[in-house]
Write a protein that binds this ligand. Structure first.
Ligand SMILES: [Zn+2]
Length: 415
């Protein structure tokens, strides 16, 4: 391995700053919704950088911005790098951005050093990864792997504009989205760099981590029904109070999800409502959400079953009824073991000593895993804060991640 190219950290910082100015909010955050005017401006800037790195740029019909550079071998498989440049409302300027900026920097640094690749390379800024505008994220990557149907285009934003209309207004042809689907075998490998969005790397004192798998969430809606009554007149021993039952269940969920300290399982109750909801009324029913995540689908199902059994026990004991509905289920995805091994070896060579870790959050890579092998690099972010104007990653850390990404690209695309 002769590494005669140089990653330009100053250029990375400048590009992140310039993108952060588009849709900048009063408190220094970023508000850049997919298919908006801000998105168009951001894409124009990224297009310019892709062209400077020697890529030909186009938009597919899902709104994915794609820069492509041909390799010297026309039969070699495509290596794709990517992430996203949209944000959550008042989000940060690193989430998604570093993966796109870093990938372009890698391609450009190799070009400047005159290092040719035999494989074609594409850098993709996926459309609407975050999903707040039309209430559905990972749009561009779902589209690319053939998981978007016409009915998905009928979701409206707050202004009543459908996604179909927004795509059209963006100059795209949503009726021809089938042409933008990539089939199995068309992409040889997908690599993504992203900020960690969690506190692990900072606590470990490492700049960069190697992702082994992405946890898939299962979202449940749990309703516990009892008997409504007057808070003053029904004696304690005659109540069928679903609030107390729900409290017992929620408390137990914490224990069930942390029973195996070696497992990455997490469970979160983020929303709860009581009906009818009065201070002097024993509720008739309680409804709460439960988000369970794990990288191992078998372990996740095992946890889910334990929660269900416990709900049954509590309801039997307290004479309550229950209903558990699965609202959404995303399968966990593993990064390809050969990519993990390659990145591990390269991280030693670069003296990064990058630890293996899992991703608790979903990423475009999760979808690409349906059609190709994937690898992911995480970069340390301050206090693990993300989706906030306070989001921060040091340029030095991003440059190290970019170095690892570029070395990995070289390993796969040069041969
Ligand atoms: Zn992201």
């Amino acid at each position: 391995m002769v590494t005669t190219y140089a990653i330009n950290a100053k250029r990375i910082a400048e590009h992140i700053t310039r993108l952060g100015e588009i849709g900048r909010t009063a408190d220094g955050g970023v508000h850049r919704m997919a298919l908006s005017e801000e998105d168009r401006q951001a894409q124009a800037l990224v297009t310019q950088w892709m062209e400077e790195a020697g890529m030909q740029v186009r938009l597919d019909n899902f709104g994915n911005l794609i820069g492509r550079k041909e390799g010297t071998n026309p039969n070699a498989s495509l290596v794709m790098l990517g992430s996203h440049i949209d944000s959550v409302p008042n989000g940060g300027k690193f989430d998604g951005i570093i993966g796109v900026v870093g990938a372009i920097e890698g391609v450009r640094a190799l070009q400047e050093a005159g290092i040719a690749l035999s494989h074609p390379v594409e850098v993709v800024a996926f459309c609407d990864e975050e999903g707040p505008r039309f209430n559905g994220g990972l749009f561009g990557s779902r589209g690319m792997v053939g998981r978007i149907e016409q009915k998905d285009l009928q979701h409206t934003d707050l202004g009543g504009i459908t996604r179909y209309e927004a795509l059209q207004q963006f100059g795209l042809q949503p009726d021809r989205m089938a042409e933008s689907i990539r089939k199995k075998g068309e992409v040889g490998l997908y690599l993504e760099m992203h900020i960690e969005q969690g506190p692990y790397l900072e606590a470990a004192g490492k700049a960069v981590g190697i992702v082994t798998g992405i946890a898939g969430p299962v979202w449940l809606n749990i309703r516990i029904t009892g008997e409504a009554g007057h808070a003053g007149t029904v004696p304690m021993n005659m109540r069928q109070d679903p609030m107390v039952g729900a409290a017992e269940i929620i408390h137990a969920i914490e224990g069930i999800c942390s029973a195996d300290p070696a497992a990455p399982t997490v469970g979160t109750v983020g929303r709860i409502t009581a009906k009818p909801g009065g201070a002097n009324v024993i509720p008739e029913s309680i409804e709460f959400s439960l988000d369970i995540r794990d990288t191992d689908p078998v372990r996740r199902d095992h946890v889910f079953n334990k929660v269900k059994d416990f709900i049954q026990q509590v309801c039997d004991k307290r004479k309550l009824k229950h209903d558990v509905q699965v609202m959404m289920e995303v399968p966990p995805m593993n990064c390809a073991s050969h990519v993990i091994e390659t990145m591990t070896e390269l991280s030693q060579k670069l003296s990064l000593d990058a630890p293996h870790m899992i991703s608790g959050a979903g990423h475009d890579a999760m979808l690409l895993a349906e059609i190709t092998d994937i690898g992911m690099i995480f970069v340390r972010c301050r206090k693990g804060i993300s989706h906030s104007p306070k989001e921060w990653a040091d340029t030095e850390d991003i440059a190290k991640g970019t170095q690892l990404l570029t070395e990995t690209l070289l390993r796969y695309a040069r041969a």
